[in-house]
Ligand binder design. Structure first.
Ligand code: IFM
Length: 434
């Protein structure tokens, strides 16, 4: 690596991230059906119709996986609890086996000297709640608060940090407007409601966790740099709309008590009634802000119906996802985050690339380039307090199935054998503590 731990401030934290449905094996331990199970079972939605029933079998291999986190010299492990594992119907009955599993996970982290960083929703919505409209339904705020309450009672005393919802843009826009993720809708009213209800549910969850005395509570948003395809006013307008929907809508809701005009231009008629009265719940004080950052999009105008933009092919080198590598964007978003969060600690809660092979020199270069941006952000005075790699293991990359390999550790999906890649070994050396 082109850095060591010693090149960062003493209290700077390095972490590695995963999520429940992507690694655990949802078929085990009494977890209920989710909208990802049915989305994947519907032909055409997921490459090869793959689902998370087995995934990395982390449910049975948790100790081996936590050993890998500790041996890699990381400080923090960012994981999620699965709502449907904890409450198979989404409401009511609690699956004690599910809570026991997460209890062992948290204790396993603490025994290894690792900080547990909890996310409460990373995309697998219990099917009975999806049947009632899922994120389109305002009642999600209450249902989510009840689930968070169950988890907080059991784990809250040992959690180092917690964030309610991973990547609101994906939960709402990608899943309800672009239709690429479960529930696979392409409907502007559904998208507008989901965008607002995700934030409302975030606020409710923060209130519940504070009520249990939990501290170090934050939000995790994802960001993509919007690059206009050319200098025309139309291309700039298209990029501004994209930026408003993707990057500024959720920051605006969380920190400014409003949504950006360029997003309201199209979404306002479809938001729930009296949406503007919800910001006192949404804007609960936070202790940190997390940024998931991977790439930029080249944006061009389409004319026609709002939002009137298209994603165009860009000229930069790309990862296996077809995502352009653009570390400059991370600097841009750390500054934007600071403008909104005004001095709160900032964490890069996800960064990494999909790349094949065990000798993953390309991943090393990607990590080096992005960590160089983190270091320069710190040098310019931005309060960046930590950086997490996505991901510990190759895993279920949602609609793209098991083909795209984001792991520092290779997983053979036939044998489930884990093999550390070159990037894992190099990071382990760079992050050594003495
Ligand atoms: O795998 C996903 C993860 O679930 C959320 N953030 C982006 C990753 C890579 O696409």
């Amino acid at each position: 690596m082109e850095f060591t731990r010693q090149d960062f401030p003493e209290r700077f934290l390095f972490g590695v991230a995963t999520s429940a449905y992507q690694i655990e094996g949802h078929g085990f331990g009494g977890a209920g059906q989710t909208h990802w199970d049915t989305f994947a079972a519907t032909p055409g939605n997921v490459v090869n119709g793959e689902n998370g029933a087995l995934a990395c079998d982390h449910y049975h291999r948790m100790d081996e996986d936590l050993d890998l986190v500790a041996a890699g010299n990381f400080d923090v492990y960012r994981f999620s609890t699965s709502w449907a594992r904890v409450m198979p119907e989404g409401r009511g009955t609690v699956n004690q086996r599910g809570l026991d599993f997460y209890d062992r996970l948290v204790d396993g982290l603490l025994e290894r000297g690792l900080k547990p960083a909890l996310t409460l929703y990373h995309w697998e919505l219990p099917s009975p709640l999806a049947d009632e409209g899922g994120w389109r339904n305002r009642a999600m705020g209450d249902w989510f608060a009840d689930y968070v309450d169950v988890v907080a009672r059991r784990l809250g005393d040992r959690i180092w940090s917690a964030a309610p919802i991973n990547e609101p843009w994906c939960v709402a826009w990608l899943s309800h407007f672009e239709g690429h993720h479960a529930p696979g809708l392409r409907d502007i009213r559904a998208a507008a409601r989901a965008m607002h209800h995700v934030l409302l549910s975030h606020g409710r969850a923060i209130e519940v966790m504070r009520g249990h005395g939990m501290t170090n509570l934050g939000a995790v948003c994802n960001f993509e740099y919007a690059q206009p395809v050319d200098d025309s006013p139309a291309a700039h307008r298209a990029a501004e709309t994209y930026d408003a929907i993707y990057n500024r809508f959720f920051l605006g809701g969380l920190f400014r008590g409003t949504y950006p005009e360029a997003a309201l231009d199209g979404l306002a008629p479809y938001l729930p009634v009296r949406w503007d009265e919800d910001f006192s719940s949404i804007g609960q004080p936070l202790d940190w802000l997390g940024l998931n950052y991977y790439t930029r999009k080249v944006i061009g105008p389409t004319g026609g119906a709002w939002p009137g933009y298209a994603y165009l092919d860009g000229p930069l080198p790309k990862t296996d996802m077809g995502w352009e590598i653009y570390p400059e964007g991370l600097t841009h978003f750390l500054r934007l985050a600071q403008d909104h969060a005004q001095g709160l600690p900032l964490y890069v809660t996800e960064n990494g690339m999909a790349a094949p092979g065990l000798r993953d020199e390309d991943r090393l270069a990607y990590i080096n380039a992005h960590l160089a941006r983190v270091r320069s952000a710190i040098a310019e005075g931005l309060p960046v307090a930590g950086y997490y790699l996505w991901s510990l293991l190759d895993n279920y990359e949602w609609a793209l199935g098991y083909d795209k390999r984001f792991g520092l550790v290779h997983v053979d999906f036939d044998t489930l054998v884990r093999t550390p890649k070159l990037s894992y070994e190099k990071l382990k050396l760079a992050l050594a503590k003495s």
